[in-house]
Design a protein. Structure first.
Length: 170
């Protein structure tokens, strides 16, 4: 898995340097049996699942905090936050470190799949689902071969309580 993480981190570095301006680039990952993606510019790096220190009286989807090269970062299980049944933890399970200025957030995912280059014309509008207010965190849907990839806005998926916890742990 470390070769996969290195390749993804190299793609992240290229994206931050502006190497791909004609298309939008996303990091594709799996939660349960489904595929999701987030804008690559929001991703700082991908790491193996670290040891975390639990914080009392926080929501169940917060695993705790971790030390990443001297920086304290909150770690959230994105599967629990989005109410998705996780797969068994394996060597493919990873943490995506996101830059949600002014804070960083680690999100646990079942696996990191690849970096996608997607033309804006290939992104469909998010579906309208009656009665579901939390749909606001879906930016769009990308159809790739035989699968659908949901494009997420992680910042919109967080609620006020989540943001308060992030600010306190930063």
């Amino acid at each position: 898995m470390s070769d996969d993480i290195t390749a993804v981190n190299n793609s992240i570095q290229q994206e931050h340097e502006g190497a791909h301006l004609s298309e939008e680039r996303f990091l594709e990952f799996s939660l349960g049996e489904e595929n999701y993606a987030i804008p690559l510019l929001k991703v700082k790096e991908v790491i193996a699942v670290p040891k975390t220190t639990p914080i009392p009286n926080t929501p169940a989807h917060f695993n705790g905090i971790m030390n990443l090269r001297g920086q304290v970062i909150s770690v959230m299980d994105l599967r629990k936050k989005l109410n998705i049944k996780p797969q068994e933890q394996s060597e493919e399970t990873a943490v995506i470190i996101l830059d949600l200025s002014p804070v960083f957030l680690g999100c646990v995912v079942d696996s990191v799949n690849k970096v996608l280059s997607i033309a804006k014309s290939q992104i469909s509008e998010p579906p309208e689902i009656e009665g579901h207010l939390k749909i606001k965190y879906i930016d769009g849907v990308y159809r790739a071969e035989s699968k659908m990839i949901v494009l997420l806005d992680i910042a919109k998926a967080l609620d006020i309580a989540d943001l308060e916890i992030l600010k306190k742990s930063a």
